[in-house]
Write a new protein. Structure first.
Length: 350
């Protein structure tokens, strides 16, 4: 009775309108309620309201299961229709596949025929090339005979060459460097290499010497030109010194004359003082102007003498002579080294 009360209590809370076909969750819940309802015994219900509620629930569960049955049937019909459709589609696909395979077989058959034709063509070509191969073999045999003849000629020439080499060895005698004298050969090669390097260096020095000789010629020419110019400057220098001495002498005489006039000026008196003084002043002014001009000439000559002295210092050739002498000495030392190496090379070859 307790179980019945519990089941009925669960069903009393359900309204008939809440039972309908929905999603899977609701259907599962309604199915569980339907199972509870089927376990219910109506004889055990003593309340008219409970009986009415149980009747309405039973009608609703009946409609629910009927709707569910219809839905399942419709689903089954759809599945049957889709199955028929799939059968037709599979058959059509099978027909298409069969057609495709037949086309493939036809293509393969055509390819087989083409391959057989190519095989026949290759066979004919092989037979033709086989005939050519026979001709080539004949030519090869002839060539082998020719090669043997040439080898015989080569051997004959080699023998003659060896005989000639022996004869050359006999003619050279002891003057020839022996093959087993490795140390001597290496020493000679080392000397030859050193000699070659020195010869190259000598060529460089020779070219440098040529440039230096050209520079020396240019310097000598410039020296001659400078010497002539210095001689000319020396002559001008001597002339200016003489002219300076002459001007100094004139200047001294003018100073003495001015001093004399000034002394005479102090001794003159009387009415003629003004006239004499004016004449003396004019004369003094004249001589002062002459004296100033002479001083200017003397200063100009002094400047010229200083300039000439500087030019004489610039055109000094002592440093240039020293450079040329040093270069000539270096060239002579290299020539001496080359000569010594040549002697050493000749001693090594003996």
């Amino acid at each position: 009775m307790a179980v019945l009360a519990q089941n009925w209590q669960s069903l009393l809370n359900i309204r008939p309108t809440d039972i309908h076909v929905g999603n899977e969750v609701e259907d599962e819940k309604n199915e569980q309620l339907g199972e509870l309802y089927m376990k219910l015994n109506a004889d055990e219900l003593d309340n008219i309201d409970d009986l009415r509620h149980a009747l309405r629930l039973g009608q609703r569960f009946t409609d629910f299961f009927r709707e569910q049955k219809v839905e399942y049937w419709e689903t089954l019909v759809k599945l049957g229709q889709e199955n028929e459709k799939l059968k037709k589609t599979s058959f059509a696909n099978a027909v298409e596949a069969d057609t495709f395979l037949k086309d493939q077989i036809s293509d393969l058959q055509r390819l087989l025929v083409l391959t057989e034709n190519q095989a026949d063509e290759y066979k004919k070509q092989y037979e033709h090339e086989f005939d050519e191969l026979g001709q080539i073999r004949d030519k090869l045999k002839k060539s082998e005979v020719k090669v043997r003849e040439l080898q015989n000629q080569r051997d004959d020439f080699r023998k003659r060459s060896e005989d000639l080499q022996k004869r050359v060895v006999e003619l050279l005698g002891s003057s020839r460097v022996k093959p087993d004298d490795v140390e001597r050969t290496q020493r000679i090669r080392a000397v030859e290499k050193e000699l070659s390097n020195l010869l190259d260096e000598n060529n460089n020095f020779f070219e440098e010497n040529q440039h230096l000789r050209k520079d020396l010629t240019d310097l000598r020419r410039e020296k001659e030109e400078v010497g002539a110019h210095i001689k000319k400057l020396s002559t001008g220098y001597k002339h200016n010194i003489d002219l300076l001495n002459e001007k100094e002498q004139e200047n001294q005489e003018l100073r003495q004359h001015i001093n004399l006039l000034e002394s005479q000026n102090t001794m003159v008196s009387g009415d003629d003082d003004d006239v004499i003084m004016k004449a003396v002043e004019d004369r003094v002014k004249q001589w002062k102007d002459v004296f100033k001009a002479k001083d200017d000439e003397i200063d100009d000559l002094k400047r010229k003498i200083i300039s000439l002295h500087d030019k004489l210092q610039i055109y000094s050739m002592e440093d240039q002579k020293a450079d040329v002498t040093a270069l000539n000495k270096a060239v002579a030392e290299k020539d001496q080294q080359i000569l010594m190496l040549k002697k050493k090379s000749r001693r090594s070859n003996q």
